[in-house]
Write a protein that binds this ligand. Structure first.
Ligand SMILES: Cc1cc2nc3c(=O)[nH]c(=O)nc-3n(C[C@H](O)[C@H](O)[C@H](O)COP(=O)(O)O)c2cc1C
Length: 403
């Protein structure tokens, strides 16, 4: 049966902001699933709140009196045209938020022409994602280092064969962290589907119905490297054994040799790391503190963005993430030197709140809010945001990031 086209105008009236989606997701989702996607580092989610507060404190001042032109959000990243400078950050296990998440995110991104970064720890493999989102697919890798990166380099070749546009290497997870809200919600390490999680899942009929449709997520891209029919527990044990640590510069050079397309480092928080990456041929940097999920003392990524942008000086594409909840946040990041802004948690809120149609609704919200912000600030193009007057008192001065 063909699905009716969602009424996005009605959705925009009912859920006009990402926080409306978050509230609904909190009500509808199993608790463990909400706590997994929403929680941050530290006892009071300080990592997450720091990102939000830092963005809230960036002010953009308009100039008036010019003849207004309707703003265009069109953006170009690594030579490819997108409808807006916003995109989906890589998420490990997004099916926890809503089973089938990867399919829905990929479909929405393809329809709306914005980048979708498939995480390596996903329920569909890179080949399937490329079938769904052939024009907008990026692929993120964690470090699988055994046997001279046999798995990581094989995944890289598969991504190239599938037509992935940009390869993203995440460098900001040198350690595995445990987030208190996950622990308290019963997510065990090593992972196990306990009776508590089963009962929790049953409290959410829509979530369980989607699980019945899509099955338990199995990190599909890793299937060729696992024993046949590996259980979820065996798969997570395999990941614990095989994956970990942060890519070293020598390892990044190895991937630079094998991957011929745009190469992006994710998790850059220091201008000197940005410089070193560019010197070795990296094309893009994601300025990110992993959405405040690693340790709570990391700087808000918006506060280090200006120093990094000054160092990069146009020699690489800069993507911003960590804390983006709206088109205004995207505008703030672009004003401070980013070429685009990606979001993680707020896309998961959209899935938890609205299921399959959530991501497209949220991309529409982001884009419309960005367009309105550009209109208010008198910016007909995304590039014009760069010259908007801004106040950003908490920015890290470049000199305090030396060495
Ligand atoms: C549930 C969850 C899982 C994540 N998994 C990954 C991952 O597998 N790889 C990765 O590079 N980043 C991962 N991230 C970080 C996101 O890519 C992104 O940096 C972050 O979510 C941005 O901050 P925001 O959530 O405030 O938008 C994850 C984030 C969340 C919320």
């Amino acid at each position: 049966m063909k699905q009716a086209t969602p009424d996005f105008l009605a959705l925009a009236r009912q859920y006009p902001t990402s926080f409306d989606l978050r509230d609904r997701a909190r009500r509808l989702m199993p608790r463990f699933a909400f706590e997994y996607m929403d929680g941050g580092a530290g006892p009071v989610d300080l990592g997450v709140r720091r990102n939000w507060t830092a963005l809230d404190n960036v002010e953009l001042a308009p100039r008036y009196g010019k003849v207004a032109r309707p703003p265009s959000c069109e953006a170009s990243l690594f030579g490819r045209a997108y409808s807006a400078p916003v995109g989906v950050a890589p998420i490990g296990g997004p099916g926890t938020a809503f089973p089938g998440a990867e399919t829905y995110l990929a479909t929405a991104a393809q329809t709306m022409r914005v980048p979708y970064t498939l995480g390596v720890l996903s329920g569909i493999d890179v080949e399937e994602a490329a079938r769904i989102a052939p024009n907008v697919l990026w692929f993120q890798l964690y470090r699988f280092s055994r046997n001279d990166h046999q798995i990581g380099l094989d995944l890289t070749r598969r991504a190239a064969a599938a037509g992935v546009h940009a390869l993203v290497l995440t460098i900001d997870t040198p350690i595995r962290t445990v987030r208190p809200r996950e622990t308290k919600a019963g997510i065990l390490n090593p992972f196990k589907i306990s009776m508590r999680l089963r009962l929790d899942a049953l409290s959410s009929p829509r979530w369980t119905a989607s699980l019945a449709r899509h099955g338990i997520p199995r990190f599909a891209s890793l299937k060729p490297y696992l024993k046949p029919n590996a259980s979820l527990e065996e798969t997570t044990e395999f990941i614990r054994r095989e994956q970990g640590g942060a890519f070293t510069w020598d390892e990044i050079a190895l991937y630079r040799d094998v991957w011929k397309g745009p190469l992006v480092l994710k998790g850059v928080l220091h201008p000197a790391d940005a410089r070193r990456a560019i010197d070795m041929g990296v094309n893009g940097l994601i300025v990110s503190n992993h959405g405040g999920r690693q340790i709570e003392a990391l700087p808000a990524s918006i506060d280090v963005l200006p120093a990094i942008a000054a160092e990069v000086a146009g020699r690489a594409t800069i993507i911003f993430d960590s804390g983006v909840r709206s088109g205004v946040d995207a505008a703030r990041a672009i004003a401070l030197g980013a070429d685009a802004a990606f979001a993680g948690k707020s896309f998961l809120w959209s899935l938890g709140a609205l299921g399959a149609i959530g991501p497209e609704h949220y991309i529409r919200l982001l884009t419309e809010d960005l367009r309105a912000t550009m209109g208010q600030l008198g910016c007909p193009t995304v590039a014009d945001l760069r010259s908007v007057n801004r106040k950003h008192a908490a920015a890290w001065p470049g000199e305090s990031l030396q060495g």
